[in-house]
Design a protein around this ligand. Structure first.
Ligand SMILES: C[S@@+](CC[C@H](N)C(=O)[O-])C[C@H]1O[C@@H](n2cnc3c(N)ncnc32)[C@H](O)[C@@H]1O
Length: 306
């Protein structure tokens, strides 16, 4: 790649690899000071590429963008509006539809199912409404399936569950759902895993304008998806984390990867604290994002004043 890029492009020109895999082309382009664009449909490959690029000394800033929104729009169009979309997700989750409710969409075994919107995140308000409706149905709890979840939602669930005497679980609709194009594609159903959201506990230390964020606890919700031979070697929560990053000034829209720590083959030990110095005093929101060894994201929102 080095020879091909040097021979065909001058510094500053653009290299594109639309099937970038582990990012060899992009890494070489970056080292040779060419600009680059990479695409891949696998979140693991994107993640690997990200770590590989970050490992290059002096790597220039880059962005990771998601085309999921476009695919979701297609799913909605093919799905004949909201109703078909809900039926489709229920089928993938192996649940049966339940009529007569506004927020409860289905039932799986002794649990009710609520499905979050395709183009937005699941809110506390809609889970509360679902729990209200659920009081009149005999069920053990509610599984809330979502593409994304309101920030801080996980931490509020305990109170809600107590108030309604119900076990409430948040489950991630897997991105692979977008690749199931038709009813025939439902044959891949067995492979789809709806992960529960993980539990993340973060510490915050403020000294003047210097702030240290530390990972205190990370509990993976579905250890059963990790092969037994790997699971028994895990002695510390750090081993479940592959990468974590912090946006020290989260504005509620995009996550800005301002600082990050990650493991590599050469350097398998994960650092669990990140320190940052603010230029100006004020009130800030911090978003911590952890990517676990199964490729799932877990977020934690914190606010502070410096
Ligand atoms: C052999 S790897 C590419 C290696 C890479 N070009 C390099 O030079 O190191 C092929 C990649 O294509 C990705 N891929 C396959 N079909 C795709 C699609 N329709 N859109 C985007 N990526 C795709 C796969 O996930 C895989 O990571």
């Amino acid at each position: 790649m080095d020879r091909i890029i040097r021979a065909s492009l001058s510094e500053g020109s653009l290299v594109a690899d639309f099937f970038c895999g582990s990012g060899t082309t992009l890494a070489v382009a970056e080292k040779l000071k060419r600009k680059w664009i990479g695409c891949d449909l696998s979140k693991f490959e994107i993640h690997l590429t990200r770590k590989r690029l970050l490992d290059i000394p002096g790597c220039r800033p880059f962005q990771i963008l998601n085309l999921g929104r476009y695919q979701k729009q297609k799913l909605l169009e093919n799905g004949n509006g909201g109703r078909r979309y809900i039926e489709f997700i229920l089928k993938l989750y192996n649940a049966s539809p339940l009529q007569g409710f506004a927020y409860i969409h289905g039932k799986k075994g002794d649990r009710l199912v609520h499905i979050g919107p395709i183009d937005s995140f699941v809110t506390l308000k809609e889970i509360t409404e679902a729990a209200r409706e659920a009081i009149n149905v005999s069920a053990r709890g509610i599984d809330v399936l979502g593409w994304d979840f309101e920030m801080g939602l996980y931490d509020l669930l305990g109170d809600l569950a107590k108030e309604y005497g119900m076990d409430i679980r948040l489950k991630q609709i897997p991105h692979e759902v977008l690749e199931v194009k038709s009813e025939q594609g439902l044959g891949r159903l067995e492979e789809l895993k709806f992960f529960d959201l993980n539990c993340l506990d973060v510490g915050l230390e403020v000294k003047g304008r210097e702030v240290t964020v530390s990972l205190k606890k990370f509990v993976i919700a579905n250890p059963e998806y990790i092969p037994e031979e790997v699971r028994i070697t895990i002695k510390n929560f750090k081993a479940y984390i592959d990468y974590w990053a912090v946006d020290f000034d989260y504005k509620g829209d995009f996550f800005h990867n301002m600082r990050q720590e990650y493991r590599t083959k050469k350097n398998p030990e994960l650092r669990t604290s990140i320190t940052y110095q603010y230029d100006n005093p004020g009130q800030y929101t911090i978003l911590v994002k952890v990517v676990d060894i199964l490729g799932n994201d877990t977020n934690k929102l914190l606010t502070l004043r410096v």
